[in-house]
Design a protein around this ligand. Structure first.
Ligand SMILES: *[C@@H]1O[C@H](CO)[C@@H](O)[C@H](O)[C@H]1NC(C)=O
Ligand SMILES: *[C@@H]1O[C@H](CO)[C@@H](O)[C@H](O)[C@H]1NC(C)=O
Ligand SMILES: *[C@@H]1O[C@H](CO)[C@@H](O)[C@H](O)[C@H]1NC(C)=O
Ligand SMILES: *[C@@H]1O[C@H](CO)[C@@H](O)[C@H](O)[C@H]1NC(C)=O
Ligand SMILES: *[C@@H]1O[C@H](CO)[C@@H](O)[C@H](O)[C@H]1NC(C)=O
Ligand SMILES: *[C@@H]1O[C@H](CO)[C@@H](O)[C@H](O)[C@H]1NC(C)=O
Length: 369
């Protein structure tokens, strides 16, 4: 009994002692093409809601109705992130580069704080990896430029690429020999964008909250999201009306949670600090989704069995003879190894569910040394 106790306690205490986290604000220069979107900041909530009604009509794809050509975005942004490493981190180790999705911030990777079973970052460090996780442009402590012409997928991909170079060159301190792209939802779409445009950036990728082959859920989500002008929805936020957030806890549950397989207090705390997304991002959301024809590294896809956005609530659905998470392999024709994992009783917001500790251990084992 006694030794069992010690065994149960030991990993817990060493978890706390073993990590070092540094907050970083990294300057990033971007020079890329973005879509020219023929919208202006909505004058009120009704105008914003009407845009999301249009975005929810499967027979009339929304982006082509508002995109008219491209323009150059040449800008300097500040990106806030945290680098957590094992104490006395060895040179040339493994770095996880984690990009959060819509309605979250960097805090998605540290849900519940230190010693919480929902804290992805701490778990990664306990597995011997370093991890960098950041606020996507437009969120948290990162820059918040024009939400229509600037905060878009192509710009986010360039920012992530620049951050990976920064970290690979050891500019944040430690050096890394292997960089693993880890995304959640829109963060997985952006990670896919990186493996397509910059196939050398990541040695392997873990795409969570992502699947391929049935995008019905994205149309449902455009409605169920309850898109609300962010500065009206979240106290203290002062942003243009092109920045939106899920309106109510019910909207949040619909998109991200599988009841009753999560702790309501943990979900409520995340809802309170929920992140934003812009009209520019919603319009260019799917742009990076396409074959990563040059990426040769291993790929792991992890989608909750009831994922609302990418599996329309059912990741066991088969298209062309295989499940939606497995269909992502079509986007990675030359990957050296493709695997998928679909935890039961889990919605789109994987890290919020009771299944999180098992999911984390599957991911960390897959990443390996
Ligand atoms: C969590 O642990 C890290 C690393 O030990 C530390 O830097 C941070 O301040 C802690 N956070 C809280 C909220 O205690
Ligand atoms: C699209 O852009 C072109 C060139 O800038 C402009 O002449 C045209 O009026 C625009 N069309 C719409 C529908 O805004
Ligand atoms: C650095 O790590 C990579 C990947 O783990 C490995 O291939 C390489 O040999 C290592 N280089 C050194 C100098 O240890
Ligand atoms: C992919 O590989 C092809 C053939 O080697 C090359 O022409 C192309 O530039 C590569 N694309 C990227 C984005 O690296
Ligand atoms: C299913 O297979 C057909 C025929 O090979 C192909 O055209 C289509 O793109 C596939 N669909 C998906 C979602 O993979
Ligand atoms: C692919 O990776 C999985 C998980 O790491 C492993 O179990 C499997 O053996 C690998 N398959 C091949 C063909 O290497």
């Amino acid at each position: 009994m006694f030794s069992l106790h010690i065994l149960a306690l030991l990993p817990f205490t060493s978890l706390v002692a073993a990590q070092t986290c540094t907050s970083l604000t990294i300057p990033v220069n971007v020079d890329t093409q973005a879509s020219t979107i023929t919208l202006s900041n909505p004058v009120n909530q009704a105008e914003l809601t009407q845009l999301f009604i249009r975005n929810s009509i499967p027979s009339i794809p929304f982006p082509p109705t508002v995109v008219n050509g491209t323009h150059e975005v040449k800008a300097k942004y500040k990106i806030f992130g945290k680098l957590c490493t094992p104490k006395n981190v060895k040179p040339n180790g493994t770095l996880e580069f984690a990009t959060h999705g819509i309605a979250f911030t960097h805090a998605y990777w540290e849900i519940g704080g230190n010693n919480s079973q929902y804290n992805y970052a701490q778990n990664a460090v306990a597995s011997g990896h370093s991890i960098f996780y950041y606020d996507r442009l437009g969120n948290g402590a990162s820059s918040t430029p024009d939400g229509i012409q600037e905060v878009q997928s192509s710009v986010q991909v360039e920012i992530a690429h620049a951050l990976v170079q920064y970290l690979r060159q050891g500019k944040a301190g430690p050096t890394f020999g292997k960089v693993v792209g880890v995304g959640h939802s829109y963060g997985s779409i952006l990670s896919l964008g990186i493996t397509s445009k910059y196939p050398q950036d990541f040695d392997s990728v873990v795409l969570t909250g992502f699947a391929f082959g049935d995008f019905t859920g994205l149309f449902i989500a455009a409605g169920s999201f309850g898109a609300t002008i962010a500065s009206n929805a979240i106290p203290g936020l002062k942003l243009p009306s092109s920045y939106v957030a899920p309106g109510t806890p019910s909207n949040y549950q619909f998109g991200f949670l599988e009841y009753p397989f999560y702790d309501p207090a943990v979900a409520a705390a995340q809802f309170k600090i929920r992140g934003t997304a812009t009209l520019g991002e919603f319009t260019t959301l799917a742009d990076p989704i396409g074959p990563s024809t040059n990426f040769t590294g291993p790929v792991l896809v992890v989608a909750g069995a009831q994922d609302a956005f990418f599996c329309a609530g059912n990741c066991a659905e088969k298209v062309n003879g295989t499940t939606l998470p497995n269909l992502v392999s079509e986007l990675y024709p030359v990957s050296s190894n493709f695997s998928s994992y679909s935890p039961a009783n889990t919605g789109h917001g994987l890290n919020l569910h009771f299944s999180a500790p098992t999911t984390f251990s599957v991911i960390e084992k897959w990443i390996g040394a």
